[in-house]
Write a protein that binds this ligand. Structure first.
Ligand code: ADP
Length: 496
């Protein structure tokens, strides 16, 4: 707002400034006893320090809470140094707060003038009541301080509300504003009344020593409180960022689940349509099976597809619930298991004219493992190799034993995986963007594969070059040890 126009706001600001300025001038020049000035200077220093220490104790979104310690010290100066002394103390304290808040504008002038008016009103009330209530010792001791603190607070509130109202217009509800911080106002009055009374008593009876003895514990505890509040707000900020992080990861999880459901419905629809189509055809014309025996195979493959999807979901659920997998261990040969899987997937590899070669002669020892889980591991990796390899490609499966570990490497000549995606492909729902269009998928297969292999004490690794192909290596320890025998025995018990 421009200060040169004659608006009610500017006139009020000017009036307040003039009255406040006159009071400061009159107080300091005519109403300030020149004796005991060192104690007054000490008091001013304390007011500045206390304003610094207690400034904006609590910060929140709408503003901050500041305790009026400076004004309590100002009021305490009244009996010894009159209105002039009080104005000097309060002026120093307000200046400190304003400078700390970078208020080097009209707000500073208004603030200083307003406080000069309020403290003058409070000081006059105090001196008047103290002289009038002489015969009643307790009332005389306490009432003037309480009333003068109330006068200070009332004058301050009236001046602040008036300037806000003139600035913001009739949209401001004056009563609401006046009682907005009623608890803070009551605390301020209490601090001014009790603090002012005790400090004035200390000054009159113990001079500078009294001032220090009174203020030091207050300043130290205010400082401790301030440190505590700062720590608390840091802690709150930390909490907020943790909550933000959690909310973000929850959102990601929900998005992943949504994506998963979409892909799942899509994936389930294709085999269901095949089953529906062929089975209704067979119901109408059972003889069609004789002409097209592939129908039976298509139905079988589709139901297998569905079973795999359901199996993946069940595995995932299981991992979600307890993170552990029950293993039913038995000793078996990997070679027939791998060959039968290659056979099962031959429909898909033949359809894409992908040549699948196996070289399993090196798998000379049987392994102790959960047969169905290991079968799912290889099924996931083989079907990926076929899914992510273009027509006329090749898949090579090599098996051998090394250092007590069965190692199976599945090498394809497919689309490959970009280097930056490799660290994430074993995470749930993770699908490589550049490969998404080549095949549908849920992004669960490799996550489950990794969990299953690791539950056997093994590991899966991958090396890949985009457009040249990928090689997945599965390591399963043979574990022909006492422990495995005990595990097998336990598995038998669980099974029965
Ligand atoms: P999906 O259901 O998508 O196949 P997976 O967890 O089995 O999920 O695989 C995760 C991602 O890793 C796949 O989406 C694919 O992008 C990539 N991927 C897996 N195997 C291969 C492979 N042999 N060649 C290229 N990319 C692969």
């Amino acid at each position: 707002m421009s200060l040169t126009k004659r608006t009610p706001y500017n006139l009020f600001l000017a009036a307040t400034t003039i009255i406040g300025g006159c009071l400061i001038g009159w107080g300091v020049i005519f109403d300030l006893p020149r004796d005991n000035l060192p104690t007054l200077i000490l008091l001013i220093l304390l007011a500045v320090t206390s304003s610094y220490v207690t400034r904006s104790m609590v910060h929140h979104t709408d503003g901050s809470i500041t305790y009026e310690v400076g004004t309590a010290i100002g009021l305490a100066a009244v009996p010894e140094w009159g209105i002039g002394g009080a104005i000097l103390v309060v002026f120093a304290s307000i200046l400190t707060v304003s400078l700390l808040k970078n208020w080097a504008d009209s707000r500073l002038i208004f603030n200083v003038s307003m406080t000069a008016i309020s403290i003058s009103g409070a000081g006059i009330t105090l001196l008047f009541l103290q002289s009038q209530l002489e015969p009643l010792p307790i009332v005389q001791f306490f009432a003037p301080w309480l009333l003068s603190a109330a006068v200070f607070s009332a004058l301050n509130t009236i001046l602040v509300i008036t300037i806000i109202r003139l600035d913001k217009g009739s949209s401001i509800n004056v009563l609401e504003l006046a009682f907005e911080d009623q608890w803070a106002t009551l605390v301020d009055i209490a601090i001014m009344c009790v603090g002012g009374l005790i400090l004035a008593y200390a000054i009159q009876n113990y001079d500078s020593i009294g001032v220090i003895a009174f203020c030091l514990p207050i300043l130290l505890s205010a400082f401790a409180f301030r440190v505590y509040v700062t720590k608390m707000s840091e802690h709150m900020n930390n909490l907020e960022s943790i909550i933000e992080e959690r909310t973000q990861s929850l959102k990601t999880l929900v998005a992943e689940k949504d994506h998963f459901l979409t892909v799942l419905t899509h994936d389930m629809k294709a085999p269901l349509t095949t089953i529906n189509l062929y089975s209704s055809m067979l119901m109408q014309k059972p003889e069609a099976l004789l002409k097209k025996p592939k129908i039976a195979r298509a139905i079988f493959e589709s139901q297998k597809n569905l079973a795999d999807i359901v199996e993946n979901i069940l595995d995932l659920e299981k991992l979600n619930v307890d993170g552990e997998i029950d293993l039913y261990l038995e000793t078996f040969d990997l070679v027939p298991l791998i060959e039968s899987l290659v056979d099962t997937l031959s429909a898909q590899s033949e359809q894409k004219k992908i040549e699948v070669q196996t070289d399993l002669g090196g798998l000379t020892s049987a392994i102790s493992a959960d047969r169905s889980k290991i079968s799912r591991v290889f099924q996931n990796i083989f079907s990926n190799a076929i899914k992510y390899t273009p027509e006329n490609g090749q898949v090579h499966i090599l098996g051998f034993i090394e250092a007590g570990t069965a190692i199976v490497q599945i090498q394809d000549t497919g689309y490959g995986i970009p280097k930056e995606d490799i660290p994430f492909i074993f995470e749930r729902f993770k699908r490589v963007n550049s490969n998404k269009d080549f095949a549908t998928g849920t992004g669960l297969g490799l996550a489950i594969t990794k969990a299953l292999v690791e539950s056997h004490g093994g590991k899966v690794t991958v090396s890949s070059v985009p457009n040249l192909g990928s090689c997945f290596s599965v390591y399963i320890p043979l574990r022909e040890t006492e422990t495995i025998k005990q595990m097998e025995k336990r598995s038998q018990i669980i099974k029965t």
